[in-house]
Design a protein around this ligand. Structure first.
Ligand code: PPS
Length: 299
């Protein structure tokens, strides 16, 4: 991988401002809003595969699993470049779009977009998309710490403040509720595999198999074990290609918290107060009642 590409992404991310704008009512970083026309008119190719998620739902984990499945378990190949280079994050930076447009097929691409903002090309091409969803309490906590560490996102203030922003959907990429419900409904109309982070923690082997089947890859048990091992939290935490340690502190300040922070189900219990939890449950029950979706907040 050309180190200049990494340098270019880093430079671009370093120059990002944390100003917020909106796209069709969804809060989004101003720098994304400015590039929106280009992002939205992105052209898919036959054979593209996408990983989609609300932020902090296990995207990086899933993208590493998918990359390894596509590389048929070849760990050396999976180490060819940092995850944000080998799997371009479409809406995040101009350089990512450039990389995506020039990389050979089959491409694996990442988006955090709510379903209504997905570039239409993916529906036209009937692109396979793996959507990862995580329970909102752990998502909130993970997103809070990420805001403290990611210098391109606005300062979240104290958790009390971020709690209300998250619950009312006034954070980048918008409402968690709208996101998971929108994608859940879309899965019946498109080639979408909907995967839960909690299921991945509970039985990663089972979930990796599901993804393999979805991607029509018939890999041996030996390869599956290799993928399992390479994508464990412990392995990924020390893998510089996925733990974002190649980014300078001016972009990701991991002295505040690591990108691979805890990787657990239920860390919200160490962060949310009793009254916040009650408030959260009230809102959750209201918003999710008729969704047909069920999230586990503990295992
Ligand atoms: S991002 O920035 O939105 O793309 O973040 P994302 O990758 O979606 O989510 C980051 C959280 O996923 C955890 N993670 C993992 N958990 C278990 N196993 C593995 N292998 C793994 N890899 C990443 C990561 O630690 C973040 O969660 P928290 O709760 O903050 O630890």
């Amino acid at each position: 991988m050309d180190p200049k590409v990494i340098e270019k992404i880093v430079q671009e991310m370093g120059a990002f401002s944390s100003d917020m704008g909106e796209i069709e009512g969804v809060p989004m970083l101003q720098d994304i809003c400015k590039e929106w026309d280009t992002i939205h008119s992105f052209q898919a190719r036959d054979g593209d595969v996408v990983v989609a998620s609300y932020p902090k739902s296990g995207t990086t984990w899933m993208q590493e699993i998918m990359d390894l499945i596509l590389q048929e378990g070849d760990v050396e190949k999976s180490l060819r470049a940092p995850c944000f280079v080998k799997v371009p994050f479409l809406e995040m930076a101009k350089t990512s779009l450039e990389i995506a447009n020039t990389m050979p097929s089959p491409r694996l691409l990442k988006i955090h977009l709510p379903v209504q903002l997905v570039p239409p090309t993916f529906w036209e091409k009937n692109t396979k998309i793996v959507y990862v969803a995580r329970n909102p309490k752990d998502c909130l906590v993970s997103y809070y710490y990420f805001h403290k560490m990611d210098q391109t996102l606005p300062d979240p203030g104290p958790l009390e403040n971020f709690f209300h922003l998250f619950l009312s959907g006034k954070v980048s990429w918008g409402s968690w509720f709208d996101h998971v419900i929108g994608w859940w409904k879309a899965k019946d109309r498109h080639q979408i595999l909907y995967v839960f982070y909690e299921d991945m923690i509970e039985d990663p082997q089972r979930e990796i198999r599901k993804v393999m089947t979805f991607l029509e890859k018939d890999l041996s048990d030996e390869v599956l074990q290799k993928i399992l091992q390479h994508t464990s939290f412990k392995s990924m935490k020390k893998n510089p290609m996925v733990n974002f340690s190649v980014l300078p502190t001016s972009v990701f300040d991991q002295s505040v918290t690591s990108f691979m922070r805890k990787g657990q189900v239920g860390d919200w219990k160490n962060n949310l107060s009793v009254s916040q939890n009650i408030l959260f449950d009230e809102e959750y029950n209201k918003r999710m009642a008729s969704s047909g979706l069920n999230f586990r907040t503990e295992l």
